[in-house]
Design a protein around this ligand. Structure first.
Ligand code: ADP
Ligand code: MG
Length: 319
């Protein structure tokens, strides 16, 4: 198959499922055309996943595709942007029908789940690599940045953390756990669920937000640096699996990446309201610390640890 029929076969969907009131022109022309909702701003992001770097060589193509889209949508959610469109740049070593059918199934499974539409892309030959550019929208100036945390704000995180890193440790043979927990943690690693359900809460209550891709310590550090503040975390409050708490595997939750939960801050005066909102809307969030003037520490059961010198995952430092 040539490039053209490859795109048609695997990435163009029947007209009905392509219909989207915000898309004027989709795959098939020189470029796509979108309609920006009235009084909104566009929010744009891009992420690349490279074989052997972001996923092991033998990873199920369905998971590769799902995760490639999930990490982009997670960035949009962290900005409080509603996902709308994405472009897919695919570099393939060859045209492998089995790979492409599974890749395309995972991609559209994710796209349907997140309510985002594939409207174009590019395809070329080379070592396997997937770039996805995703665009969302926010009501005018309704986006949330990393830069607006203030002294006294409380620090919250969605879901639980360290689960994906637990899955990775198991795959790498560094840990043995029971099969149910293994399934759950490997699933968290391979099929992260970006927290689009958090968007209304963030728009209403967050002063700053970031999605957790490189580990809690490093990602919170970004908020602290950009907001010019410090923080103290309370280890006993971290939402982690029992196994992490019981076996003291906290580094998985603190330094492990790939959680794709949302870390955010809330003004002290809004804490009660956010707690109420999370109950009525059934959104799992946990308060884990407080923003202070300077310093970056975590209280454990026995000591106050300095986090300021610990770093998150950095491809160019550790790789
Ligand atoms: P051009 O040479 O003008 O860049 P292409 O042949 O690359 O055109 O693409 C033709 C059409 O197919 C365009 O609408 C483009 O957005 C779309 N397309 C190409 N590759 C992909 C892909 N991997 N996924 C989705 N759409 C794609
Ligand atoms: Mg092209």
């Amino acid at each position: 198959v040539g490039e053209f029929s490859l795109i048609q076969r695997y990435f163009e969907r029947p007209a009905k499922s392509r219909q989207d009131k915000h898309t004027a022109l989709s795959i098939g022309d020189d470029a796509a055309v979108v309609r920006v909702p009235h009084n909104h701003q566009l929010v744009l992001t891009i992420d690349t996943l490279v074989e052997g770097r972001h996923f092991p060589v033998a990873t199920d193509p369905r998971c590769i595709a799902y995760k490639s889209l999930a990490v982009n949508v997670s960035d949009l959610a962290a900005m409080a942007a509603t996902p709308a469109w994405f472009l897919l740049s695919l570099t393939l070593p060859d045209v492998d029908d089995d790979f492409l059918s599974r890749f395309s199934a995972g991609l559209f499974e994710a796209a349907d789940e997140f309510g985002i539409h594939l409207i174009g892309g590019d395809t070329c030959k080379g070592p396997l690599s997937i770039s996805i550019q995703a665009t969302g929208y926010v009501p005018m100036n309704g986006y949330i940045t990393r830069a607006n945390a203030r002294i006294g704000d409380r620090i919250f995180v969605s879901g639980n953390i360290g689960t994906a890193a637990l899955g990775l440790a198991v795959i790498e043979g560094k840990l043995e756990i029971d099969s149910e927990l293994k399934k759950l943690s490997v699933q968290a690693l391979n099929q992260p669920r970006p927290r689009i359900d958090m968007i209304p809460l963030l728009r209403q209550f967050a002063s700053a937000a970031i999605d957790l891709s490189d580990g809690l310590i490093g990602d919170l550090q970004h908020i602290l640096e950009q907001s010019g503040v410090g923080a103290t975390l309370d280890q006993s409050r971290l939402p982690v699996l029992d196994i992490i708490r019981e076996q003291d595997l906290y580094p998985l939750a603190l330094n492990g990446g790939d959680d794709y939960q949302i870390l955010f801050t809330v003004r002290e005066s809004e804490v009660e309201a956010v707690a109420k909102f999370s109950v009525t809307e059934n959104i799992d969030i946990t308060e884990i610390g407080v923003i202070c003037e300077t310093g970056y520490t975590m209280q454990t059961s026995s000591e106050l640890i300095d986090l300021s010198q610990q770093r998150g995952f950095d491809h160019f430092v550790e790789g």
